[in-house]
Design a protein around this ligand. Structure first.
Ligand SMILES: Cc1cc2nc3c(=O)[nH]c(=O)nc-3n(C[C@H](O)[C@H](O)[C@H](O)COP(=O)(O)OP(=O)(O)OC[C@H]3O[C@@H](n4cnc5c(N)ncnc54)[C@H](O)[C@@H]3O)c2cc1C
Length: 416
């Protein structure tokens, strides 16, 4: 058993823990990040299987997120971009819906008013102007309701909601009731307006790896699960003890609730992502495909059309995500219908079931939940801000600022 001394111990090297660690490092405060897993990243990791890059659950990075712009060298990630549009499968058609100024190919289906009437387009325009105008803080502090209510109040028709918005947003929120906070919806919409959803060339796991590389190498210790926390002291499963002036618990919300008294456990939205390697790309476009008939697949995409590096040279990789369980024959039948090509024998390269993917965010959602749980114990993570890359990174940085102020005796209030 060894006893160590440091200014701050961070428990967990997901995005929140790494963001906090980087902030301390930049502020000259000594810290160590103790991570249970064999690699950094938490819920943002990528496995390489037979040359295919499989993110642990399909997810996308939006480079317009403010915390990404502040903390990440986006150019170094060599992003591949999705079109800012969505393909909606309906019967034997695949309509392309998006802003024609950004995706000219979408003009035909938008002009033909497939799925969206003139009234829907006007409602969408108004929603877009409201989301884009003014500071993000106005959204965070604005009215909150379920996203479904927000869409209806905006004036969108039931047809537009059911065939476009519900399929698309269910994949963002990982719940199909659209009960997620409309504040969060407006922020997500705003970020889609400013930048295209993207994937790093080396997989989503490259994002936390890049952050970890900015922290001195002895500052992040993987394979080090923490068992107990109390009063400026952390005990690892291996029996080591770390004494610190502050402890930042940056685990997922369920683990934080076990380690720290008073932290509420979130309820979780789950997802399962399947990866297939068809012999050739079934859709030669970097676009998200959703089921306008509200089938069991949340969304699917040919990831190699976004980033060819997701597969060995010349090969294709398709992701398909579902909310609940789906038997493989049903998955293949649905893919066959959506891509209008036989998917029955596409090789399956991976399948990830993630019961704890996103902390649920019903309205009203508070983007700045308390982070201090005792004199020296702080808690950060997406469950304290918002269930997203942005939420996790911003939470880590916000917590690091609070700890730094406390260590330096600065009693200034947290910036709103
Ligand atoms: C499938 C999926 C799809 C998503 N899609 C998107 C998307 O498209 N866009 C978006 O913005 N966000 C998306 N998200 C959400 C985003 O990935 C998360 O909100 C964010 O990564 C959470 O980071 P975190 O640091 O708060 O938590 P975590 O990533 O959970 O990190 C917690 C860390 O703590 C470690 N830990 C736990 N217990 C201990 C212990 N006892 N001792 C030491 N370490 C411990 C864990 O191993 C982990 O590394 C998605 C998430 C998933 C899972």
């Amino acid at each position: 058993m060894a006893v160590h001394e440091v200014d701050v111990v961070i428990v967990g090297a997901g995005l929140a823990g790494l963001s906090a660690g980087l902030s301390f490092h930049r502020a000259g405060i000594s810290c160590v990040v103790l991570e249970a897993g064999d690699e950094v990243g938490g819920r943002v990791r990528t496995d390489v299987v037979d040359g295919f890059r499989l993110d642990r659950g399909f997810q996308i990075l939006n480079p317009a997120y403010p915390a990404i712009r502040r903390l990440v060298d986006v150019d170094a990630l060599r992003l591949g971009k999705f079109w800012r549009a969505v393909r909606v499968a309906d019967g034997d058609r695949l309509s392309l819906l998006g802003n024609p100024l950004d995706t000219p190919k979408a003009f035909r289906d938008v002009a033909a008013r497939r799925h969206l009437s003139v009234k829907d387009l006007a409602a969408l325009g108004a929603l877009t102007v409201r989301a884009a105008a003014g500071p993000a803080q106005a959204i965070v502090r604005g009215e909150d309701r379920a996203t479904l209510d927000e869409l209806r109040r905006t004036g969108l028709s039931d047809r537009a909601i059911e065939s476009v918005f519900r399929p698309f947003l269910s994949g963002v929120f990982l719940e199909d009731g659209l009960s997620t906070s409309s504040r969060f919806f407006r922020l997500v919409w705003r970020s889609f307006l400013s930048s295209a959803p993207s994937l790093p060339a080396l997989g989503m796991g490259e994002l936390p790896r890049q952050l970890a590389r900015s922290i001195p190498s002895d500052g992040v210790r993987t394979g080090t699960p923490v068992e107990a926390i109390g009063n400026g002291r952390v005990r690892t499963a291996g029996g080591d003890v770390w004494n610190a002036r502050a402890v930042v618990v940056a685990t997922d919300g369920t683990t934080a609730a076990k380690l720290v008294e008073g932290v509420p456990e979130p309820s979780w939205n789950s997802v399962t992502t399947w990866y297939f390697a068809p012999p050739r790309s079934p859709l030669s476009e970097p676009v998200l495909l959703v089921d306008g008939q509200g089938g069991s697949i949340l969304n699917t995409a040919v990831l190699t059309e976004v980033c060819p590096t997701y597969a060995p040279e010349g090969a294709s990789l398709v992701s398909a995500s579902t909310l609940g369980q789906l038997a493989e024959p049903e998955m293949r039948r649905t893919l066959t219908r959506l891509y209008r090509t036989d998917a029955s024998s596409w090789p399956l390269v991976g399948r990830y079931e993630i019961p704890h993917a996103l902390p649920a965010m019903p309205s009203p959602h508070d983007f700045r939940r308390s982070i201090r749980f005792g004199d020296t114990t702080y808690v950060c993570g997406d469950h304290r801000d918002s269930s997203s890359l942005q939420g996790a990174l911003a939470s880590g940085a916000r917590t690091a600022r609070a700890v730094a102020r406390s260590l330096t005796g600065d009693r200034g209030e947290e910036r709103p």
